[in-house]
Design a protein around this ligand. Structure first.
Ligand SMILES: CC(=O)[C@@H](O)[C@H](O)COP(=O)(O)O
Ligand SMILES: NCC(=O)COP(=O)(O)O
Length: 239
């Protein structure tokens, strides 16, 4: 069965919107783990719009499963990662003005910088994942520059508004997962996945882990984190 890594960024979004100390993303992470999450994900953005450094450091102490830190490959973030030592870093592209991550890392443009970041993190014993579009050339490059894992960006599929678009985006994901596995990369998937889109992955056994945040946090507001995580785990179990 594929694993579920739960992103708690948007618990911090709510906290920060009010400028107070709650809701507490650390409490959300503990609740998610208790409900069966296989990992906790946070994206430390340059502008600290949700998760901040204090959250990451506390999570490192408290998370029992595995801590996955999403970040841009900047010298500031590399310094934090080397100090905090998450179990895994997922390197993502970041634009300050974007509402959420818009695309995968462009390794063709940033090959040297990302290759160096991968080597630095791996030398410190941190596994490295590349958040990447379902593009075969990019995935081959991720393998060439020694990434351990890829996370296929599923946003275009999840956001597709008609069946033809959905089918064509999903077949890109299938091809990407198959080539990643052939290259012996661990293949994960994430961005925009919800309770209604997860079923599409049935039979795609190449995916080792789903990285899901917004839909789980949104459901947790209505049902509690425990139920929201259990519901998603059940859907993943049925794939
Ligand atoms: C990299 C990725 O997949 C994203 O889902 C990212 O973590 C989202 O960033 P925000 O939480 O800031 O929307
Ligand atoms: N890596 C994907 C992630 O962490 C969560 O993305 P989303 O479910 O909030 O879109």
């Amino acid at each position: 069965m594929a694993q579920l890594a739960v992103n708690v960024d948007h618990v911090a979004t709510l906290r920060n919107a009010r400028g107070v100390t709650f809701p507490e993303p650390i409490a959300a992470a503990v609740a998610a783990e208790t409900a069966g999450a296989d990992g906790i994900v946070v994206h430390l953005r340059e502008d600290r719009r949700h998760i901040n450094e204090r959250d990451v450091r506390l999570l490192r102490k408290i998370v029992q499963s595995k801590l996955i830190l999403e970040m841009g490959a900047t010298s500031e973030m590399l310094g934090i990662a080397l100090d905090v030592k998450p179990d895994c870093v997922t390197l993502v592209p970041e634009k300050r003005e974007e509402l959420t991550t818009e695309g995968g890392l462009d390794l063709i443009t940033h090959e040297n910088n990302i290759r160096q970041a991968i080597a630095t993190l791996k030398n410190a014993g941190i596994a490295v994942c590349i958040f990447i579009d379902p593009d075969l050339d990019q995935i081959k490059l991720a393998h060439k520059i020694d990434a351990d894992m890829i996370e296929i960006h599923t946003g275009a599929f999840c956001d597709a508004t008609n069946d033809a678009q959905k089918q064509s985006e999903f077949s890109r994901i299938v091809d990407a997962a198959k080539i990643g596995t052939k290259l012996k990369l661990e293949v994960n998937a994430g961005h925009g996945i919800g309770y209604n889109t997860i079923q599409a992955f049935k039979g795609l056994s190449e995916i080792s882990e789903f990285s899901i945040g917004h839909s789980i946090v949104a459901r947790a507001i209505l049902t509690g984190m425990d139920q929201a995580v259990r519901d998603m785990k059940q859907l993943i179990g049925a794939l």
